[in-house]
Design a protein around this ligand. Structure first.
Ligand code: BT5
Length: 320
């Protein structure tokens, strides 16, 4: 924590700050200051130190720590507690484990590498170390299990808005919550809950965003993309994490008070690439084709099949 506070001081200073001043402000010895600077340098911070001048922060590494994410956060709850990992099996699994150990509402779990990254329906999520944002949010809302599909829509819109604002790229949502750029997947979301019959006990929203990845394995190269491939440049990840959380919290708090609003749905539909497209609905033992024509306030997709509208809230939809 002392290290984080020293980092904050360096960031606020925008220039030289003496070891003497830091040690007085923090109430620690000069040698403790030196040790913290050494640890920050080892983490990748470029800090100059000159006798009689002190210390100066030259540049920060692209790390997803509290110190890098927090300055960009405008939230009251989301990300107020951040758990960071170099490596974890899956941030969703870790969030669930930590929920059982009392992690607070809104906690963020973020890892540089997942060795068991998970998609929906037992599929896997592939993400190279440090190439993206692999994170999960723990939410403890007082809602019914049937409300969870709406929170899933909020997550999709939040990522879409954040990616657009941060990168200027034309991100769109594939219902319910994949985010695509030029038809290729840049983000996948896995929402998992533990619930009793009529009440959600905890909800984990796992979000994977491909940021600085320049090559995908052959199996994904036609369907996946990253911000760096689309924009031709690298992006710092921490501000994007914060933008997603900022957008998520705005819509999430409104949802907890009012449910899904017409304003939300209008914005969602404007950014939804699935509407107006021919889709195939695949459920166990059942395949139907039709035109995706609307999204309901409950978050379901309406598909016109020619034999009346089909309302889809689970199962799989693929755009033809
Ligand atoms: C998803 O599932 O898209 C949800 C992915 C959620 C990942 C995050 S990362 C942080 C958190 N912790 C986890 O363990 N998971 C969450 P689904 O719609 O089932 O899509 C999975 C499919 O997407 C795979 O079968 C691949 O075809 C494809 N895929 C895998 N990795 C990808 C990537 N990096 N980019 C784009 N597509 C990918």
């Amino acid at each position: 924590m002392v290290k984080e506070e020293i980092l904050n001081l360096l960031k606020q200073q925008h220039g030289w700050i003496s070891g003497e001043v830091i040690s007085q402000q923090m109430g620690i010895t000069r040698s403790a200051v030196w040790k913290c600077m050494k640890a920050l340098k080892e983490q990748g911070y470029h800090i100059e130190s000159v006798t009689n001048k002190g210390y100066r922060l030259v540049s920060s590494p692209d790390v997803l720590t509290w110190g890098e994410i927090h300055p960009f956060l405008e939230t009251r709850m989301l990300g107020q507690k951040i758990y960071t990992y170099d490596q974890v099996d899956s941030t969703n699994l870790e969030a669930r484990r930590m929920a059982e150990r009392g992690a607070p509402d809104g906690s963020l779990f973020v890892a540089e590498t997942q060795n068991q990254g998970r998609g929906r329906l037992g599929r896997s999520w592939i993400g190279e170390p440090g190439g993206g944002i692999w994170m999960s949010l723990l939410l403890l809302p007082q809602v019914k299990p049937s409300d969870v599909s709406q929170i899933t829509l909020i997550a999709g819109l939040a990522v879409c808005l954040a990616v657009r604002q941060y990168s200027g790229l034309p991100a769109l949502i594939k219902w319910p919550n994949d985010v695509l750029i030029h038809g290729k997947k840049i983000c996948g979301i896995l929402t998992e809950m533990t619930a009793e019959i009529d009440r959600v006990s905890s909800l984990v929203v796992g979000i994977g965003i491909n940021v600085n990845i320049d090559q995908f394995p052959a199996t994904l190269k036609d369907t996946a993309t990253s911000l760096s491939m689309e924009a031709g440049k690298q992006f710092a990840r921490a501000p994007l994490v914060a933008s997603v959380l900022n957008a998520f919290e705005r819509h999430y708090f409104t949802f907890l008070e009012q449910g899904i609003t017409h304003e939300f749905l209008t914005q969602y539909k404007q950014l939804c690439a699935t509407l107006g497209r021919q889709v195939k609905v695949v459920k166990p033992g059942y395949v139907q084709e039709g035109l995706a024509s609307d999204i309901t306030l409950a978050g379901e997709l309406v598909v016109d099949t020619g034999q009346g509208p089909l309302v889809v809230n689970a199962g799989e939809v693929s755009v033809r």
